[in-house]
Design a protein around this ligand. Sequence first.
Ligand code: G3P
Ligand code: MG
Length: 494
Amino acid sequence: MPAYEDKDQAADSSDKVQAATANGGSAPKHSNPTLAVPGADDEGPIEVPASRSSIAESEHLMHSLSMSPSQVERRSSRNSFGASLPIPRSRRQSRQSRLSSVTLADGRPARPGMPAIQPSREILSSQVQDMSAVKTSAAKDMAFAFDIDGVLVHGDRLIPEGRRALEILNGDNELGIKIPHIFLTNGSGKPEAARCAQLSKILGSPISTEQFIQSHTPMSALAEYYDTVLVVGGEKYQCREVAKQYGFKDIVVPNDIYAWDPTISPLKEFFTAEQRATSNPRDFHKVKIDAILVFSDSRDYATDLQIIMDLLQSENGVLGTRAKDPVSQRIPIYFSQGDLLCPTEHPFPRMSQGTFRIALEAIYKQITGVELERVVYGKPELATYKYADEVMASWMEVIHNDERLPKNIYMIGDNPQSDIIGGNMYGWNTCLVRTGVYQGEGNDKENPASFGVFNNVLEAVQAALRKELGDDFKFNWSDSMNPVTGQYSVSAIE
Ligand code: G3P
Ligand code: MG
């Protein structure tokens, strides 16, 4: 087979490798393995040995904290030490206005200012609870934090056990009691109310915005810091709407910039008449963007990466300028979460926001020679769990008129690298389910779930209820119970 000798090829140390080493990165470990040309023989194509390594150069380009965190390494955050993540002050302070979003189980709006109508079942269950004080108090002292994708749903498809688990927690149990639970998802891209309405329909149980945290929910706190923001990701203009609801005053999305100057993204192929009509172009040479907020998955990597790179290299966020100092004049960038993969309707998990971030970090490092500093919200970040406490205590007031944090909290998740490590580090009991990202045998080695591994969410919920409320706790409410006539039976608690 015709082939070039080793001595014929260009110098092994390519310009790129030298540049990377000069920038403080390390050269790729395998400098020159050759990739065989499939099916090549004496008659076929000539094999020309590669003059550059065929091994990707990503490792030395990647910020060390971009990798999935591992409990074994005692790392619970994707952020650099020293970064701080603002979260909103107690939601309870604005309780009055938020109560209007609470709906009853049958979908009827609450009657503002009027006493609640108590159906007979509620009267009966409150009598049963009065007569089983110890167990009732244990039921109010436990709570669940549910991951959503891979635990309760796959995209828009229900995981059947999820429906039953929520029925039990919403009162279909021997005490007829609501057992506190919140939803803590790295999902994103829609206003909270819209996502809750969609989930309520899929799961057949009411889900209130009062018990719901998406990856970008705590980022509403950033509205106090920045006036003009670039919001990236999500379908259509839904993330613009999210940012509006969070109180950001001046919101720019990549389509606004593209509509102003299409040459900014030469690789973009489609820009529909509708997208043009609904964008808000203006002279962005005169606009100072204060921060970049990646709220959700990019729908157009090429355009979004290009515009973000332009802004990160600009002088204090003005497009068309170039910073003299790439670090001191760089505007901040925030990501709402860091998951690499997300379970969906597709048989294998799909790429998520983490992959977009890693691509950006590598591109930024390669082009500017410096590391990108960025902040990543979402699980397993401490700020997200602290915010979850606020929501949990607040939800306790809504359902039990008792604003406090239950003692025994169970996180149920499918991703050891976000749900489980975060819950473990925060002192919650953690349950890993096999219906999503995690498919392994036994417990996860790096981030083991403290309460165990379960086939699905229903098994996890039932095990936690048995642990806190007794092995014979019944997962059904019976309308035939009548404490007044003595016809009721509630299991004994250990
Ligand atoms: O990683 C993407 C996101 O959809 C994951 O959601 O509910 O599993 O935290 P969740
Ligand atoms: Mg999940």
